[in-house]
Write a protein that binds this ligand. Sequence first.
Ligand SMILES: [Zn+2]
Length: 113
Amino acid sequence: MHEVGLAQQTLEIALDAARREGAQTVRKLCLRIGEWSGVELEALRFALELVTEGTPAEGAELIMERVPPACRCAACDCLFNVAEYDYHCPKCGAESQQLCQGREMDLVSLEVA
Ligand SMILES: [Zn+2]
């Protein structure tokens, strides 16, 4: 399961941060997960519960934010959501080549104590 690897990476980052702060526990993890990242929220939650067991991050609150796929238009710089694989800018009609969000899986913040 690919979520277990992601959970382990997330845990390592969190524990590193806690160590740097001289904290005893990780209380909260905030994650941003792109809708097209292929990450299942429930699977990730389960994986995190699994890998944090017995670590300072055990029992940490998990906040997961879904990020819709979006492009930034190279022509007019507007940010628009991509629906139905339509990459055309709704403002000027230019076609974008790249998603700027929606595939990520980031740990955006955490709380340690
Ligand atoms: Zn545009």
